[in-house]
Design a protein around this ligand. Sequence first.
Ligand SMILES: [Zn+2]
Length: 115
Amino acid sequence: MGDFIPTVPIELQIRKIIFEKFNNVDSKFSNDDVFEIIKKNGDINPSWIIDDLESFFNELCASGLARNIAQNFTTIWMKLFEPIEKLRCNSCNLEIYLGTTEDRVCPNPSCKSSI
Ligand SMILES: [Zn+2]
């Protein structure tokens, strides 16, 4: 299998799904929930399994957007610290999603511009 390059970086796909489906600080969501939607959307290497996304979810927690509230084998349950808002990055021209008090830096890993 060749290298699969998603059209939209996985970081942004994850944030978009949380924004659209789980943008509520009172409810929890899991990496499995998000992964199922990413797979359905089809913009991901089809050979990837949930473990391949672990670092992306750890990054969400490290950035202060979400916190890990429970873990059961490969399932990580998270809650948002704050609502997510949709913005547009003028550098990479992609829709991006940031927590309301999160650092104003583009979460696109190949951009990282100030917003
Ligand atoms: Zn950007």
